[in-house]
Design a binder for this molecule. Structure first.
Ligand code: DX5
Ligand code: ZN
Length: 226
């Protein structure tokens, strides 16, 4: 789905926050200007780590009624969790295309359940693999680390994929995720990303509001120059 105009949107990842205080940490990010929450769901199969699922998301939604929730589904069977996540109150269901063969069918099911579609690819996956589904997606996520953990080093070589997509799809929502923060945001913005996931850099920031604002302003300035 193409935007009429691109907007810089900042979606902090809560993965490296104090998950014993998930609600408080999430509300704090929103109070500090986050545009949406990026919820990292890991199944211990697709990635060598395990986080949380729809029961946790449902509890979070029961306290945070309005915010936009994006779940980043790092799971081997994304189809299995569509209905539970929709019922939990997720707005955008972003899944990896690597473990499945029926991308179109899954996209259709996500939309039938009232959620937006995000398509994610790992660093080792060519952008051509996701390009063929652009017309049925609301967003493409270009991973800038190997999925599974926060706090990893940003992979600048992934910007070639972002540049390629931005060149051919000027109004597509393009998200970057992994090692993104004040020291890497220029690179992401210049390549053409407009949806920014940042975990450690925001969660650990002295001044979260200032960091979120810096990320957004940097991206919006590039968008406005286009
Ligand atoms: C990694 C997750 C990312 C990660 C981002 O698998 O998908 O969302 O939590 O955290 P940082 O910004 O610390 O790399
Ligand atoms: Zn993520």
């Amino acid at each position: 789905m193409m935007n009429k105009k691109l907007r810089a949107l900042i979606g902090p990842s809560i993965l490296n926050s104090d998950l014993s205080k998930l609600y408080e940490e999430s509300q704090k990010l929103l109070d500090n200007g986050a545009d949406y929450l990026h919820l990292d769901v890991m199944d211990g199969h697709f990635v060598p780590n395990l986080t949380f699922g729809h029961p946790v998301v449902k509890c979070l939604r029961s306290k945070i009624k309005e915010a936009f929730f994006e779940t980043h589904m790092m799971v081997s069977q994304p189809e299995q969790w569509i209905v539970p996540m929709a019922e939990a109150g997720v707005n955008q269901y972003t899944f990896h295309i690597e473990p499945i063969t029926n991308v179109e069918e899954i996209c259709r099911k996500i939309k039938e359940n009232g959620m937006q579609v995000g398509l994610a690819i790992k660093p080792g996956t060519p952008v051509s693999e996701v390009e063929k589904y652009i017309s049925i997606a609301d967003m493409v996520l270009i991973m800038t680390v190997e999925p599974g953990f926060g706090g990893q080093k940003f992979m600048e070589n992934q910007m070639l994929k972002v540049q390629h997509l931005r060149k051919h799809y000027p109004l597509l929502n393009i998200e970057v995720d992994g090692g993104v923060g004040p020291s890497t945001i220029e690179c992401c913005a210049n390549a053409g990303a407009n949806m920014i996931v940042s975990g450690t850099a925001v969660i650990g920031a002295q001044d979260q509001a200032n960091t979120i604002n810096l990320l957004r302003t940097t991206v919006q300035q590039i968008i406005d120059k286009q």
